[in-house]
Ligand binder design. Structure first.
Ligand SMILES: Nc1ncnc2c1ncn2[C@@H]1O[C@H](COP(=O)(O)OP(=O)(O)O)[C@@H](O)[C@H]1O
Ligand SMILES: C[C@@](O)(CCOP(=O)(O)O)CC(=O)O
Ligand SMILES: [Mg+2]
Length: 370
């Protein structure tokens, strides 16, 4: 049997980091996905290994099922069948299994993704042999939510293979999970994100699970329907960074300056709520599309200023901000910052201005348009 699953990456329009501390944030899924294929051999076949292939990195991890059972036996299995956090003790045992595979120093950052895989796999499918293949359109560690897309795609493939969920609705040739299955999937993906991020808010796995645009606060999502065309340029600075370290840095700053940071988080909360309102409110004689875009630009600039206060901007991000400002375009970092991707709002008028569009495109050779 083979199951294929895909899950999208995301952009955060407002509220990253502050959302970890209880503020509202707004995010949208994008058309770049992570794909997982899971092949379970027929039970009469003599293949008793669990193999994970990370195709884009030309990496393969493979363990005899007996070795995984032996390594995790002290946990007293069977593993939990409802979404449960990976304890420090389980994480240590899983890391030992990964260390045996001699992962190259240059690719060590992938270990947390492999850890999330082993936790989700053994929790949802137990000790079944299988081959799992991962490919992705997303740049890793760039703020576009590759970690969450990976966890959502893993959870979707694993749950579809398990006997516990029913999926039967079809959309463009893909089977679709129902509401309660999506909720279960999202909870499992969150447990995977915790292994990669340390202290995630849950916004990335939630927008990857449900798609479209969402407003998110303290674990609760509200679906948003945009009433205006929203075009974003995404520029990848290609400066690598690690979400876990950046999130921990903001928490440390918050411990040192609780009152000041609480004001910063409150301001971000107001900005995200206002941004969601502007996106949802239809244009009218009193509020033209141009006025709405100007409002969004201002809110994005304010959010960027507060992200600088949190200490998560970077010289490469500032360079993109300065460059887009020359064209009177507003930008902000998206995701954890410290490098990674920058969002620039492309107002409807610029889409007709071929000169600016062309020169921006030439300059931003690392950019995608959405
Ligand atoms: N396709 C993938 N294959 C293996 N690991 C992945 C993949 N996508 C994401 N990961 C894991 O997620 C980490 C990147 O997550 P993170 O630092 O949160 O950045 P982002 O989510 O913005 O891409 C990688 O270092 C790796 O551990
Ligand atoms: C910084 C944060 O708000 C978003 C991180 O996104 P990413 O991993 O950089 O794509 C963390 C979170 O909400 O879990
Ligand atoms: Mg991430």
């Amino acid at each position: 049997m083979e199951v294929k699953a895909r899950a999208p990456g995301k952009i955060i329009l407002s509220g990253e980091h502050a959302v970890v501390h209880g503020s509202t944030a707004v995010a949208a899924s994008i058309g770049l996905c992570t794909y997982v294929s899971l092949q379970v051999p027929p039970s009469n076949e003599n293949d008793d290994r669990l193999t994970l292939q990370l195709k884009d990195m030309a990496l393969e991890f493979s363990w005899p099922i007996g070795r995984i059972k032996e390594a995790l036996s002290s946990l007293g299995g069977p593993f939990p069948s409802t979404p449960t956090s990976c304890s420090a003790e389980s994480l240590k045992l899983i890391l030992a299994l990964i260390e045996e595979q001699n992962i190259l120093e240059a690719k060590i950052s992938l270990a947390s993704g492999v850890c999330a895989f082993l936790w989700l796999y053994t929790s949802i499918l137990g000790f079944k042999p299988a081959t799992v293949v991962v490919t992705s359109d997303l740049p890793l560690g760039s703020g576009l939510g590759s970690s969450a897309a990976l966890c959502v795609a893993f959870s979707a493939a694993l749950l579809a293979c398990s006997d516990t969920v029913n999926i039967d609705m079809k959309q463009e040739g893909w089977l679709v999970f129902g509401e309660s299955e999506l909720e279960l999937l999202n909870k499992w993906a969150f447990e995977g994100e915790k292994i990669i991020h340390g202290k995630p808010s849950g916004i990335d796995n939630t927008v990857s699970t449900y798609g479209n645009m969402i407003k998110f606060r303290s674990g609760n999502l509200t679906r948003i329907k945009s009433s205006m065309p929203l075009k974003m340029l995404i520029t990848n600075t290609k400066v690598g960074r690690n979400t876990k370290a950046l999130v921990a840095g903001v928490s440390e700053r918050t411990l040192r300056n609780p009152d000041a940071m609480s004001s910063v988080f409150n301001a971000v909360d107001s900005i995200s709520k206002e941004l969601a309102n502007v996106i949802q409110t239809p244009a009218s004689d009193d509020l033209s599309i141009t006025a709405k875009e100007e409002k969004l630009e201002e809110l994005m600039e304010m959010n960027q200023g507060l992200l600088q206060c949190m200490g998560v901007s970077h010289a490469s991000i500032e360079t993109v901000l300065r460059t887009t400002l020359k064209y009177k375009l507003a930008s902000k970092l998206t995701g954890a910052g410290g490098g990674g991707c920058v969002l620039t709002l492309l107002p409807t008028c610029i889409l007709y201005s071929s000169f600016i569009f062309y020169s921006m495109h030439m300059w931003a050779s690392n950019s995608f348009f959405f």
